[in-house]
Design a protein around this ligand. Structure first.
Ligand code: G3H
Length: 530
């Protein structure tokens, strides 16, 4: 564990930065993608800072990593026009293409995307402080997601040919696009979670307007050309800027058909309220969570500590699926906390390029303030920080913090910290954590640690209808992408998996006839395009 006096030395001087990460990851971006063209913007820009501070002879400054355009309302509306024109009420080139042809475009996009591996990983390190091994994982799973989507789309192509026959009606049911989709991804998975909506949206024939996340936008700049090369004009467009200048005007037009947004429920509600015809707006929303872990008296302490540590602290706890509160049975709490504290103190804190690092600089300065307030509030109400340097923060680094005993009077009991703070609550009666799940505003996932089959069975049946997934003796997580990723209450409004996402970003288009000679002849002629 680092002593607080040594913390400054965790931030590098220019010379400490690995050579291959030094200069090329600075981009002064003045372009955006509209109607298949990379257009120059000569208006205001936003200067972008890395969460990594640089030691300049004892003075610490956040490294400037570039800039991006701050588009205005008129430009955003031009982007919408381009997306609408390419969609052309569903008569555009892309929505009318056979799925097989779209699969070809997407395959070639995927092949070329692979060559951006190193640059995207390095941008993630600079832009959001993601450890190199986590950024690599994010890139690789995105390629897997793309490749699995191509396979799933082949099944849709086959289904699209089928003729269904019920109650004297014959029909062909095709998965049809929705229209113009506005995609907004989160900073913590700037590539994967954005692509998890962009890929299915494009695959199903929609036109996309994409606003990259607040942190993690520069990694898209080198991809603009690739998007423009692989898809017809106007099918994929980008916007940058303040929501009030760009996103709200787009929604206010009422011409956005679908919103794919990963972020907070508060922001989602605001976006929704700006669409004048909200019933026309199809939504895919991935929102916040407060996933609990319950550790029963017969749990394997070694495994539960390892899993809770990983579940709570991976990438500074900045995962929607992170374990955000631990309920530990009072009979094992001392043993559990002793082991957890020991493991926390071994955790590596440093820069994203350091090997095996877990805690790295946090991009959002407001988050550091918020985490300190949560710890302060809990301490004032009787919780202790159990580990060395817990609660300590310096610039963009927030040290892992084990808080105990936590109770319902404290904000951390209810609110999503989205950071490396682990609140522990003790319980005697299993109804206490079950009530927590029932009464929570959120319902994404839960982890249960124990061995007794009857207890596990009882708790699973008590919480399964209040949450999206119950994990037994393992962490909460999104993957595998073949499983439905969803949540209840304020945690999600959609189901995403490779297959479910293709359904979310499409609508069944049905052509039906009476099951008689004329009907069948007409249906077959129409489907053959005669
Ligand atoms: O932040 C939300 C992500 O979808 C979580 O994905 O569980 O694989 O880290 P993960």
């Amino acid at each position: 564990m680092v002593n607080t006096k040594q913390i400054h030395s965790l931030f590098p001087s220019e010379l400490d930065i690995p050579r291959d990460l030094r200069h090329e990851y600075i981009i002064d971006q003045t372009e955006f993608l509209i109607n298949g063209k990379i257009e120059e913007w000569d208006g205001p820009v936003k200067i972008l800072y890395s969460p990594i501070y640089i030691d300049k002879s004892g003075k610490y400054e956040r490294k400037i990593i570039g800039k991006h355009p701050l588009l205005d309302k008129d430009t955003a509306l031009n982007v919408l026009k381009a997306a609408e024109t390419s969609y052309n009420y569903g008569k555009g080139k892309w929505p009318l293409m056979q799925i097989e042809e779209r699969i070809e475009c997407m395959s070639s996009f995927m092949e070329k995307l692979i060559s951006f591996h190193d640059s995207i990983v390095k941008f993630m390190m600079w832009e959001i402080g993601k450890p190199s091994h986590e950024a690599t994982k994010e890139f690789d799973r995105t390629i897997d997601y793309l490749s699995d989507t191509l396979e799933a789309a082949k099944d849709i192509a086959e289904n699209n040919l089928e003729i269904h026959d019920h109650e004297g009606i014959k029909a062909n049911i095709k998965a049809a696009p929705v229209g113009v989709v506005l995609c907004m991804g989160p900073f913590n998975y700037p590539l994967n979670e954005s692509f998890a909506t962009i890929i299915p949206a494009l695959m199903m024939g929609n036109s996309v307007i994409f606003k990259p996340p607040k942190y993690g936008s520069l990694l898209y700049q080198p991809l603009l050309e690739l998007f423009s090369e692989c898809f017809p004009s106007g099918v994929f467009n980008t916007v940058y800027g303040h929501d009030e200048d760009v996103i709200i005007p787009l929604l206010n037009t009422g011409r956005i058909d679908m919103l794919a947004f990963i972020g907070t429920s508060k922001a989602a509600n605001i976006l929704h309220s700006h669409h004048p015809k909200p019933n026309r707006l199809k939504e895919v929303l991935g929102l916040e969570a407060k996933n609990p872990a319950i550790i029963f008296e017969d749990a394997d302490i070694g495994n539960s500590v390892r899993q809770c540590l990983k579940g709570a602290l991976t990438f500074n706890g900045q995962r929607c699926t992170a374990l955000k509160i631990l309920f530990v049975h009072s009979s094992i709490v001392d043993k559990f906390l002793g082991r957890l504290k020991f493991e926390i103190e071994k955790i590596k804190i440093g820069m994203p390029w350091d090997e095996d690092v877990t805690i790295t600089p946090i991009p959002d300065a407001e988050r550091i303030k918020y985490l300190s307030e949560l710890v302060h509030d809990a301490r004032n109400k009787g919780a202790l920080v159990l580990n060395d340097n817990g609660g300590y923060h310096d610039k963009s680094l927030f040290f892992p913090t084990l808080l105990y005993p936590v109770d319902s009077s404290m904000s951390i009991y209810h609110e999503e910290q989205f950071g490396p703070v682990i609140p522990v609550v003790t319980f005697d009666d299993i109804q206490e954590p079950i009530r927590y799940v029932w009464q929570s505003k959120y319902g994404q996932q839960i982890s249960l640690f124990g061995n007794d089959r009857a207890t596990m069975n009882y708790v699973v049946s008590s919480v399964l209808h209040q949450t999206g997934r119950v994990n037994l003796n393992t962490i909460c997580q999104r993957g595998p992408d073949q499983f439905p990723f969803t949540g209840r209450k304020d945690s999600a409004k959609s189901i995403l998996s490779v297959k479910d996402a293709l359904a979310e970003f499409s609508m069944p288009g049905i052509v039906a006839v009476k099951d008689d000679y004329e009907g069948i002849e007409m249906l077959s002629a129409v489907l053959k395009g005669k």
